[in-house]
Structure formats: structure tokens, C-alpha cells
Design a protein around this ligand. Sequence first.
Ligand code: FAD
Length: 315
Amino acid sequence: MKVVDHLKNAKDTLFSIEVLPPLKGEDINTLFSHIEPLMEFKPPFIDVTYHREEYVYRKQENGLLEKVTTRKRPGTVGICAAIMNKFKVDAVPHIICGGFTKEETENALIDLNFLGIDNVLALRGDAIKSEGTFIPDPKGNAYATDLVAQIIDMNQGKYIHDTEMAKTTFSIGVAAYPEKHFEAPNLATDLKYLKKKIELGAEYIVTQMFFDNQKYFDFVELCKKEGINVPIIPGIKPMTTKKQLTILPSIFHIDLPEALSEAVMACKNNEEVKQVGIEWCIQQSKELKAKGVPILHYYTMGKSDTTYKIAKEVF
Ligand code: FAD
């Protein structure tokens, strides 16, 4: 079933999660064991992230370093199929522009279609870790708008080289940033492109994590004013370590409220931080739920224990 239909049919706020594929060589059962306890809260769908290639340096026999390309967390499509098979829920693979030609994207979408997966989250993706800026593949999509357009074309039977092909039935979600995408010159410009993604055919939005609900509420209002009227799913995550005080703002370009950062700084160890993070996330979740958000989407980072404790208090 499509994400938007789950939302339409819901009588109350739903619970959903995002998981990461295991690191290359790890057992899929580790991921399953994290998802298993969370099934108690009946997620209608589970998102699976996509991880682009990275450059790493490997030592050769002659002692010299060789630069090789590797994908540390492969398997998104296979994991989606495995999750659907094991847990009987819908899986939403993230599809990114970075590192793919349009032809490769088309082939991946054909695989998904054959597997009966009809939800995708269409994203641009970030720069390769060791590169400062995002460089699209010369034969690939440069922005999420281009990727949305390619998927909508396939839904209409228009493939790259041919028309009147089998129509796919993908429902497309896209990302948005209540605190602005870090490359956008301002929020208004960012919203202009977000609106374009919706006008092209995306049916719902998932937000970047935020720790201050007011930012989400203000963003939803702004979207409405701009004529963006699709469901806006709040994505949230509990803080779990002191390091995240600097890591989260630097990776995700978000602010942490002073009350939260002060509480985390006062913690003696990460066990205490976890407790603070869980409490904060419970309060966030309860407020969002009270305001009638369609679903609460938790970034689990592949670990279920904290999300479980939060969901137990909220659902
Ligand atoms: P876009 O919508 O393409 O926007 C990128 C920037 O370009 C923005 O500044 C925007 O204002 C601007 N822009 C957009 N369209 C145009 C246009 N047509 N012309 C000119 N400028 C434009 N990354 C991964 O690698 N894998 C994942 O699985 C993943 N999952 C994510 C899930 C969520 C919910 C979120 C919020 C992010 C996720 N990301 C993931 C990160 C995401 O790929 C990055 O934030 C990336 O930098 C932007 O992706 P986007 O789809 O929002 O890009």
C-alpha cells in the first residue's frame, strides 16, 4: 500500500521508522533484531536509506596506498524486499541521484517495480564524503526535482529511450528542511524547489530531524502559505551521545535548543545523555501527536532500544 494511503486511512498518529542497511559483511539478522521489537507499534512502512559510494585508501603489497571506490552499506533494494517478506509491512527505499546515471536509476526502479515496491523517497544525496560539493553524474540527475520527473515519466510509461512502456505505479516522497537545506541561499528559495518537487508529482514530504517543534510548526505554516498541501511527516531522533552536540549541527545543519544542549552538557556519561535524549524526544513526540501530525517518523540509525522506550510512552 502507498504511504499516502496509510496516512489517509489512519485514525490516529501513526508510528514509522527509518533504518540503515547493515555495514557490508554484517548479517541482516542484526537489522531484523532491531526492527523486531518495534513491530509492537505497528509501523505501516519502514524507510531504508541509500548510501552512495565512498573513496577509501587500501594498502597494497608494495606498501603504497591505492584509492578504491566502495559502498559501505550496500543492499537497500534487497533489504526492502527482505523487510516486506519478513515483517509484512511496506518498505520505502531511498533513491538518490548521486553516483547514478539515469539509466542505472531506471534499472533500479524496474527492479523495485518487479518486487512490488511502489513507494520511494526521491533524494539528491550528498557529496562523496571526501569531496566538498555535490557533483552529479554527467549522465545522471542533478536534483531531486529531476529524479521525481524521471519517476513520474516511468509512471506514465515514458522510459529514457522509449515511450508506451509498462507504467510503473510509484508514490514518491521527498525531503524537506524546516531549518533550510544548507546549500539554499534562503528558506524562500528552498521552498520554491520543494514546491516544484510536489508540482512534478511527489505526494508527501519527510522532514529533516529537528529538536524544536516550533520549527516544524512554523515550516508547515510556511508550506501552506506557499500552496504546498501534501502531508508533511516530521522526522525525529533522540540524542544519545555528548559528541552529537557538535556532530548533529555539523552533519545535518540543524540547531539544538539551548535547554537540550545544557542538559546534555551537564550529563556525566552517555548513559545519562541517552536518558535526557529519550525524555526530550518523548516530549517532542507527545506535543506533535497532540497537534495531530499524521505520523511520527523516527530516525533509528539502526538501533531500536531508544526508539522502543520512546514509542512505549507515546503510542
Ligand atoms: P534537492 O531537493 O535536490 O535540494 C538540494 C539543494 O538544491 C537545496 O538547496 C535546494 O534548495 C536546491 N535545489 C533543489 N532543486 C533545485 C533545482 N531544480 N535547481 C536548483 N536548485 C535546486 N541522503 C542519502 O545519501 N541517502 C539517504 O537515504 C538519505 N535519506 C534522507 C532522508 C530524509 C528524510 C532527508 C531529509 C534527507 C536524506 N538524505 C539522504 C540527505 C539528502 O540527500 C541531502 O540532504 C541532500 O543534500 C539534499 O537532498 P534533497 O533531496 O533534499 O535535494
